[in-house]
Design a protein around this ligand. Structure first.
Ligand SMILES: Cc1cc2nc3c(=O)[nH]c(=O)nc-3n(C[C@H](O)[C@H](O)[C@H](O)COP(=O)(O)OP(=O)(O)OC[C@H]3O[C@@H](n4cnc5c(N)ncnc54)[C@H](O)[C@@H]3O)c2cc1C
Ligand code: FES
Ligand code: FES
Length: 1310
């Protein structure tokens, strides 16, 4: 063994093939090895930090001791290549392929419509595949647990779960167990009509799961493992050396000589540090072959668990012990199991020792281990010793009392004693796969048969830089009776003991303090219940603590299908779903590298408002592999992009106006070299005074982008004089990150000799990118051809900034005359590209006692950031939509875009409309509360009825809106459930239910008339196959599938004969953006026109041979402004800015834990007017996260904190409504769009707000128990923090609020 010896040969298997690697670099992760070296691009990169699951693979290992093979899922982005010695890796390509055999998992996710943009699909497939390898008939609980670490931004998870559910044993059951009418009760529904209803997919056609068909574990690896020679392994990379000792003795020697070298087990802590913080460890020690670290020994007192055991193994072990031991002995085990089930995701549940030694302040295990009096066995050159895991163990952030040369060998977890109770609680921003905000372990030990406390121990995580002990609180409890008096003193002591300064890192100060009390209160209730169950006390327990419900039921979707022969109107599978599920689908970064290709990495500003005093690139240019640095001086053409009369620099020249503004770019031979080069660029700044961050600051300084927009109807002043009541209020809605799973990606390839470029770019608006590149390079547009096959989600975020990034990349390609690729890291993408505009609104409503709202005056301010981007267009959408579904006789709406020093916000699904409607619906809610009336009555009373005209004089019929409303109320049994909710609330003090029903009316089309056009090119080849090209981008919305359906209907041929290869500017020029829910309408019409022309041309041939085949007609033939003008006149305040309106109504019920702010969506019913849906499987999406979960946080210096999925939470599988019913309105025609369908993508997004209003309803019930009535403030998103504080429980009311202005908060309220 020597750290200095030559590198060894790494040997492992991928998809059954042996891989040997002589020069494995410790810094290389499996993900880049798969994608770049082996060209296995099915495994995707969504975040690089373990937070999204897009890179999930299965790792299998042979255990010589037990002679068993273990399969587990892992995130390839954090899995060091060097750690794979002796492992068999399976990637999505090894699971199945369209060329040979697709695997049932791939087939079912695809056919159940669980793949839209498809970027998350390989990861989903691999998580599910791993589960099935371990358990071929999983339960629903297993499925949700295994998918918890896989994020999807498109599907809302419902179809993914529906597809995976077909593997469950209980799948054929109606799942209504317990509701009394379960099919297993023999009470089958024989109604023929019911069975005839069209279904989204047909289970009967699925391939069966046959475990014998799976790849076998390579026998060579079993042999290798059995005969492993006890020698250390060494791998030497460019900057780091990896040594894997084969014995404890070797490990000890190595660690003694190199105390600073980290021990890498799962790499989920060390890995992100190396990657994101640039930490370099010259030596890394991998102790995974040291058997002593994996030993498990049971004793009379408890169990010793090796520090190397994974958290999943620990969980299985404790579950096994649970079955073997009496309940009183397993209190601590149960608490640990509960925490382990919620800790991170399957993919990152790595080593126990790693979790303890990482000493995260919000580790979920450490507080429980400490409260449970666990201890650790430590070994160093000086020998072995035992160290208690108590308050002295954790010394500061990420640091324990152990010395650098110490090795954690094992952890002792004791059995509990009779009279001892242990509990764990955690509250996280998202229920699963999320670090806790606050987490706790609590233990109390009573003298036998008594309520007197002999011992108590309470630890918290998330309340400071370390796991902390509430020792003073424990002192206040010990030796006392466990009763109300003791506990109420304990709350007061706890409040004084765990104080957080108002600007504490992580923010949420009041919430965190409140949680410490809530958890103790919950513990109290549970202990009382146990003492009562054991007949120690007879006290009435106020309320039994029950977890929120979590069983996801099969979803229901009702729609009218069209005839079997007609391809339109049927739930046709996304045309690329199978290739997405097998990993064969090609995204921009999957395109193979070309000879001499370079990679581009950006250098961005670290200051919000400053003069650039110097840009020193000399050191960067010295770095290995760095070829050049691109600055503004290199741009040969236009150096800015213009929008609405404002300019945005491509690269900042003399000043910066936000953190994250692009300054220059480094191009190098590899990604790693480019990024290292970028990190070495030195920028000098001189700060400029008074940066503006918040909307309030912008209003105060009149910092706006012009023009402001305003619209008015009736006479407000007079109306306010006549109303019964006036209510004024303010509402704030936060911004949102697009979080498309595929980050901004592009490849620019110089071709030909006349400055010609092929650009492969993940863009929603190809022509815009093409024109921008041409202007930047000073060449005509005909020299630039942009291509896009598909994109991994966009939601509005791949238009403007994408074009700027493509311009910079093109300059690099032009200057170096080499192909240049740019793919942003998740953190960079989130930092640079902006998102949805946060809104601050002030409203004034005048209404009558009977609920009629007669006067509405709302002023909206959106935080636009440092550049105008599309903010003016968004400002225009607000007044045009803000009245939603209501006819207010007198109204005024004003909207302004605030110019601030934050990264510029941009287009986002809904284009400002969700924000506009949210403010209005909140106002209506407040009016209802002020009147003490149900909000649905106020909504219904004020809704448009009969032939109507909007405030901008656009005539329309609200008939379908009213139909949606009535149908939704009936389908969701609104009245009966409303009464049930009230009954529930009477019976529960700490859990409340809430319900809301909200309509949406959404204008479809771009308000700029010229964007509402499209073109298509249809080729019919001699063999009868058809190639369709159109101007829209496939980004998961199923546009290509729908266009295939349109062409299929018009040419009267099966969809299988039609192919759509890509979108490119040389087949269809002057494309419009894919957005505004208008792509199907515009492109569909173009495809229809083109097909009709061709079909018409074939007519003479068809007539001549009416019985001939399509192919014969085609061969014989070989031998032989769409919209009325849309406009808006802002002077006259009238126009027809939309083609038509899409309507929808949603009813939602939630259950709330008032003590923590946690909630669960119990049921959601949507009735949507999609016209005659072109494809009912594609026309349903999601919108919950915006209103209840997603929160951007900026530092007081304007730096975005939330730059990864660990910090920014989008919904996960755990957020799916437990009952989810969707009804597409029947017999709904739309004469204004293709085949009477309607644009639906954006309109339904707002329906997610219903969850917000249901939460607000539940909060209102909780407040009334605290004696608080009437309107109250709850801003969006309704996060657990906001919910908990708004509930205003007696515990929360104990927390003193910090005086605004007396401190600098950790995060800005922008
Ligand atoms: C996306 C994500 C989500 C997460 N969510 C949660 C969560 O919700 N709750 C939670 O509690 N944790 C969470 N974690 C943390 C995760 O559980 C830990 O990172 C993991 O358990 C550490 O194990 P590892 O084997 O990967 O450690 P490694 O990264 O390999 O090592 C971590 C540290 O421990 C040291 N170390 C490891 N073994 C020993 C040993 N035997 N002796 C001495 N030192 C040792 C290493 O030197 C290193 O400093 C999350 C992590 C990620 C990436
Ligand atoms: S890319 Fe690996 S978890 Fe996101
Ligand atoms: S389909 Fe899941 S991210 Fe797009």
């Amino acid at each position: 063994m020597s750290a200095e010896k030559e590198g060894d040969m790494l040997c492992f298997f991928i998809n059954g093939k042996k891989v040997t690697e002589k020069n494995a670099d410790p810094e290389t992760m499996l993900l880049s090895f798969l994608r770049e070296k082996l060209r296995l691009t099915g495994t995707k990169s969504g975040c690089g930090g373990g937070g999204c699951g897009a890179c999930t693979v299965m790792v299998s290992r042979y255990q010589p001791a037990t002679k068993t093979i273990m399969h587990f899922s892992a995130n390839a982005c954090l899995l060091p290549l060097c750690s794979l010695q002796g492992a068999a890796v399976t990637t999505v390509e090894g699971v199945g392929s369209t060329k040979s055999r697709i695997h049932p998992v791939q087939e079912r996710i695809a056919k159940a419509h669980g793949s839209q943009c498809g970027f998350c699909t390989p990861g989903m497939v691999m998580s599910m595949y791993t589960l099935l390898r371990n358990k071929p008939q999983p339960s629903m609980e297993d499925i949700t647990q295994h998918l918890a670490g896989n994020l999807c931004r498109c599907t809302g998870y419902r179809p993914i779960i529906d597809g995976c559910r077909t593997f469950c044993q209980e799948e054929n059951c109606c799942q209504a167990n317990g509701a009394g009418d379960c099919c297993l009760n023999g009470d089958k529904n024989d109604d023929e009509a019911e069975r005839e209803k069209p279904r989204l997919f047909n289970n009967e056609e699925f391939l069966p799961l046959d475990p014998t068909q799976e790849l076998i574990f390579p026998p060579e690896l079993i042999l290798m493992s059995e005969s492993a020679s006890p020698q250390s392994l060494t791998f030497q990379g460019e900057r780091m050396r990896w040594v894997s000792p084969s014995s404890l003795q070797e490990l000890l020697q190595l660690k003694t000589r190199n105390p600073a070298a980290p021990l890498v087990m799962g790499n989920t802590n060390i890995g992100p540090d190396i990657k994101f913080k640039g930490t370099v460890h010259p030596l890394i020690i991998s102790p995974t072959r040291v058997m002593e670290l994996f030993e498990v020994t049971q004793t009379q007192q408890g169990v010793w668990v090796g520090a190397g055991c994974s958290l999943s193994e620990l969980q299985s072990l404790l579950e096994k012990l649970l079955l073997q031991s009496p309940q009183e002995k397993t209190e601590l085990f149960r608490a640990l199991i509960q925490q382990l089930g919620n800790l991170g995701s399957q993919q990152i549940r790595n080593s126990l020792g790693g979790n303890i030694m990482s000493a995260f302040p919000n580790s979920d295990l450490n507080p429980v281990l400490a409260a449970g009096s666990c201890r650790v066995s430590v070994i160093s050159n000086g020998g072995r010793r035992e160290v208690p895991l108590d308050q002295n163990f954790f010394v500061s952030f990420g640091k324990t009392i152990l010395k650098p040369e110490d090795i954690l060998l094992s952890v002792f977890i004791p059995f509990s004693r009779k009279g001892e109770f242990v509990r764990a609680f955690r509250q996280a921003p998202r229920k699963e796969s999320s670090f806790s905000t606050v987490t706790t372990g609590m233990r109390v030990f009573f003298s036998e048969g008594s309520r007197v406390v002999q011992d108590v121990s309470i630890y918290y995580g998330g309340m400071g830089p370390t796991t902390v002990s509430a020792s003073k609180t424990c002192q206040a409890i010990i030796s006392r009776r466990w009763d109300e008096e003791t506990l109420s003193r304990a709350y007061d002591v706890l409040l004084e003991e765990l104080v957080l300064p108002p600007s504490a890192p992580g923010g949420k100060v009041e919430f965190r303090r409140s949680l410490t009390l809530s958890f103790l209160f919950k513990f109290n209730l549970e202990v009382l219940q146990r003492l009562r169950d054991m007949n120690v006390i007879t006290d009435e327990v106020p309320e039994k603590m029950q977890p929120l419900p979590k069983e996801i039921q099969p979803s229901l979707q009702e729609f009218q299908s069209q005839s079997e022969q007609d391809p339109v109107g049927r739930p046709m599978m996304h045309r690329s779903a199978l290739s997405q599920a097998t990993g064969e689908a090609v995204y921009c970064d999957d395109i193979p590298t070309t000879d001499g290709e370079l990679f581009l990495a950006l250098v961005t500003s670290s200051r919000a408002k400053a003069r650039i005093t110097g840009l020193d690139v000399s050191e960067a240019l010295q770095f290995p592999g760095v070829v050049d640095v691109i600055t503004v001086k290199d741009i040969p053409g236009k150096k800015v992009r213009e929008m609405c009369g404002y300019e945005e620099e491509l690269l900042a020249e003399s000043e910066v106006s936000c953190v994250g503004q692009m300054l220059c770019a480094v191009v190098a031979d590899t990604r790693a070299h480019a990024r290292r080069g970028a990190a070495a660029v030195k920028v000098g700044y001189e700060d400029l005074p008074e940066p503006i961050f918040t909307t309030e600051e912008a209003i105060e300084k009149s910092s706006f982008f012009e023009p402001l927009r305003s619209i008015e109807r009736g006479n407000l002043t007079e109306a306010f004089k006549t109303v019964d009541q006036i209510l004024e209020g303010e509402f704030r809605m936060g911004g949102q990150e697009h979080f498309y799973l595929e980050t901004q990606s592009m490849l620019v390839v110089p071709v030909g000799e006349e400055t010609e470029f092929n650009v492969y770019v993940s863009s929603q608006y190809l022509s815009f990118t093409q024109d921008a590149i041409a202007e930047t390079l000073g060449i005509p547009s005909n020299r630039v051809t942009c291509h896009v096959k598909r994109i991994g989600g966009a939601f509005g975020g791949k238009v403007f900034k994408t074009a700027i990034l493509a311009c910079i990349t093109s300059v690099a390609a032009w200057k170096t005359n080499r192909a240049v690729r740019c793919v942003l890291e998740r953190g960079e993408d989130m930092l640079i590209t902006g998102g949805r505009h946060p809104v601050l609104a002030k409203y004034k409503a005048g209404f009558m006692q009977d609920g009629r709202i007669v006067a509405v005056d709302i002023q909206y301010f959106i935080n636009a950031g440092n550049a105008v981007d599309e903010s003016i267009v968004i400002v225009e959408q607000i007044p045009l939509h803000f009245e939603n579904a209501y006819n207010f006789p007198n109204l005024r709406c004003r909207a302004a875009a605030c110019r601030t020093n934050l990264p510029s916000n941009t287009a986002f699904r809904g284009f400002g409309v969700p924000q506009a409607l949210m403010v209005l619906e909140n106002m209506i809610n407040d009016v209802a509360m002020a009147l003490g009336r149900p909000a649905d009555q106020i909504r219904e009373m004020n809704m448009y009825e009969g032939p109507s005209i909007t405030h901008y004089k656009f005539a329309f019929s609200p008939e379908n809106l009213r139909r949606c409303w009535q149908e939704c109320k009936e389908k969701c049994e609104f009245s009966a459930r409303r009464s049930a909710v009230q009954e529930f609330n009477l019976q529960h003090r700490w859990r409340k239910r809430g319900m809301a029903i909200v309509p949406v009316k959404f204008g479809v089309a771009f308000s700029e008339s010229f964007l509402n056009q499209a073109a298509a090119l249809v080729h019919i080849y001699k063999d009868g196959s058809v190639l369709v090209s159109h101007g829209g981008t496939e980004m998961g919305q199923g546009l290509h599938t729908k266009m295939q359906q349109v062409a299929s209907r018009e040419l009267h041929i099966p969809a299988s004969k039609i192919y759509i290869s890509e979108t490119s500017t040389n087949t269809v020029p002057n494309t419009s953006p894919s957005g505004a829910s208008y792509s199907t309408d515009a492109n569909g019409m173009a495809v229809k026109d083109a097909c009709q022309i061709l079909y018409q041309r074939l007519e003479p041939i068809r007539k001549k041979k009416p019985k001939g085949s399509w192919e014969s007609w085609v061969m014989a033939a070989f031998l032989d402004k769409i919209r009325p003008d849309l406009y808006m006149d802002w002077e006259k305040m009238e126009g027809q800015p939309y083609a038509y309106f899409t309507f929808g109504v949603c009813c939602c019920e939630v259950e709330l834990d008032c003590l923590t702010g946690d909630y669960r969506t119990v049921r959601t019913d949507i009735v949507a007017d999609t016209g005659k849906s072109v494809n009912p499987s594609i026309d349903i999406g999601q919108g919950l996260g915006l209103f209840t979960l997603e929160e951007l946080k900026f530092s007081p210096a304007g730096l975005l904190y939330t730059r990864s999925p660990s910090q920014y939470k989008i919904p996960g599988v755990c957020d799916v409504p437990l009952h989810f019913n969707v009804y597409l309105l029947s017999n709904a025609d739309n004469p204004h769009a293709i085949y009477s369908s309607k644009g639906i993508g954006e309109p339904v997004l707002f329906l997610g707000s219903t969850a917000f209003f249901a939460i607000k309803d539940a909060v209102s019930a909780a407040r009334s128990d605290s004696g608080l009535f009437g309107p109250f403030s709850l801003n969006s998103p309704a996060t657990p923090e906001r919910i908990c504080l708004a509930c205003a429980s007696p515990l929360t009311q104990k927390i003193p609020a910090s005086k605004p202005g007396s401190f600098t908060p950790w995060a800005l309220n922008i």
